[in-house]
Structure formats: C-alpha cells, structure tokens
Write a protein that binds this ligand. Structure first.
Ligand SMILES: Nc1nc2c(ncn2[C@@H]2O[C@H](COP(=O)(O)OP(=O)(O)OP(=O)(O)O)[C@@H](O)[C@H]2O)c(=O)[nH]1
Ligand SMILES: [Mg+2]
Length: 251
C-alpha cells in the first residue's frame, strides 16, 4: 500500500481532490482506498473507506473535557496516534494499491504537531508522499504566492517525504491570472521582480536571497495546475504520484 496525504490551507480543496483523484485513478483500473483523517468534519463529498471518526468521537471530547473547537481537534489528532494499527488493519483488508488520505482542515493541526508526522510515517510504513494544495486565490499577489512557497517548504521540512505541489481550483482563475501563475511557477526571476516591486518596504536583497533559497530548495518548480471540478491536471498529478512511488526516489 502506497499512501499519499493531501495537505493544504483550510478550504483549499483537499476533500474534493480526495474524491476526484480517487475517481481519476480508478478510471485507470488502479485499486484505490480513501482514508479520512479529519475528526471534526460533518460532511464529506465522498464516502471514506476508512474513517478516523469511527475511532475518535470529536463531540464527546468537546463535552467531556470542555474543549473549544480547535482544542478538541488537537486532542483528536493526538488521540488518533493510538488507532494507527486499527486503521492500517482496516486498510489491509481492502488491500488497495494506493491510499489517498484527506487531512484536517486546519492544516497546522496535522502538519505542525508531532502526531501528524508520526501518523503519516507509521500508518504508511514510510511509503508515503505529500500532495500540497495551494488555493488559486494565492496567485492574486506575488507576496501571497511567496508566502505559499514558504508554507510548502515548511511541510517538506516537517514530513521529509516526496512532495507534489499543486495549485487547486484553477477553473476559478481568470485567464490573465492563470497565465501569470504559469509564468511565476516557471520563471523565478519574474516572480522576484514583481515581489520586489510589490514589497518596497522589504529589503530587495533579502527578498532576492529568500526566493533564491526557495528555488535552490526546489520549493518552486513543478506546480501542477489542477481542478477537481473540471479534472484539469489530474492526469499529470496521477503520473507524478506514480513517479514518486515507483520511480526509485527516496520514500
Ligand atoms: N470551483 C471549484 N471549487 C472547488 C474545487 N475544489 C473544491 N472546491 C470548493 O471549495 C470548497 C472547499 O472544498 P473542500 O474540498 O471542502 O476543501 P478542504 O480543503 O477539504 O476544506 P477543509 O477540510 O474544510 O479545510 C467547497 O465549496 C468545494 O466545492 C475546484 O476544483 N473548483
Ligand atoms: Mg476537507
């Protein structure tokens, strides 16, 4: 079983992508299972094959420990570590080739707490990749996009797994924004030029060094433009998943 974890900012389209990516892979006769790791979610656009909500009762944690919504999510994700074996054995019964994992809306709960990396590593027995979704609205300003690159790189440092970066919801982008996004993701010099022009208060030398470091760290290259609504980019995304899991890269 190979695991790919969908991560991204709140509302970036992780759950919608879980469904559309699973359907895309199934259409190529690939055996795929879905796993929901969001304990607090009320509604999902797909029916997960394995669901953290069957093991953790978010509402009970709220009532029993008088927790607020984020406190209960923190407690839920930490508690999920105790159910890794059960979730793995549920998945093993299905014996899929790939497991697509939907993660909690509040990305920092999963990404920046130890529990997230422990779950990813242990559940997958280290056969995991990350799909990082950046909402297309972050292409409106160069400074927004640079912030997203920093966020994407911070996920790489936390999980140390092969990572595929995607822009999500590209069907919502006007053509001019789409074209600009393609230029930025392919030409760091152009992005730097606009970033410096937009942020004259930042010292341009520091901005240049920051972007250069991101480029050297491979944080910029290869953003796949995707839409769960139209299916754009899903062929590329599937090809990348196959490449990172079978192409001999370190997992
Ligand atoms: N137009 C468009 N809307 C999308 C797309 N993907 C998701 N959405 C919409 O964006 C909203 C959020 O999508 P979700 O899939 O719930 O996003 P999420 O990242 O799972 O959200 P949280 O788990 O709450 O953080 C929903 O209204 C979706 O219908 C897309 O490709 N195109
Ligand atoms: Mg979701």
């Amino acid at each position: 079983m190979k695991f790919t974890f969908l991560m991204g900012t709140a509302g970036s389209g992780k759950s919608a992508m879980t469904l559309s990516l699973a359907e895309r892979m199934q259409s190529s006769e690939v055996d795929v299972a879905t796993l929901n790791l969001d304990p607090g979610v009320r509604w999902l656009p797909y029916t997960p094959d394995v669901d953290i909500r069957d093991f953790i009762n978010y509402d009970r944690l709220v009532d029993e420990y008088k927790l607020g919504p984020n406190g209960a999510l923190v407690a839920s994700v930490d508690a999920a570590v105790n159910h890794i074996d059960e979730m793995r054995s549920e998945l093993e019964k299905l014996c899929p080739e790939y497991v697509i994992v939907d993660t909690p809306g509040q990305m920092e709960l999963f990404a920046y707490r130890d529990a997230g990396a422990i779950i990813a590593r242990t559940l997958s027995e280290k056969e995991h990749s990350i799909i990082f979704l950046a909402d297309s609205l972050f292409l409106n300003r160069s400074s927004d996009f640079v912030s997203i690159l920093l966020l994407s790189y911070s996920i790489q440092t936390r999980f140390r797994a092969p990572q595929i970066n995607c822009i999500s919801k590209v069907d919502l982008m006007p053509k001019s924004l789409y074209d600009k996004g393609i230029l930025w993701t392919n030409d760091p010099d152009l992005l730097l030029e606009e970033f410096i022009a937009e942020t004259p208060d930042l010292k341009s030398e520091i901005a240049r060094r920051m972007l250069e470091a991101l480029v050297d760290l491979d944080a910029l290259g290869e953003f796949i433009f995707t839409s769960s609504n139209t299916g754009e980019g899903l062929d590329d995304l599937y090809a990348q998943i196959q490449r990172v899991h079978t192409g001999g890269e370190d997992l």
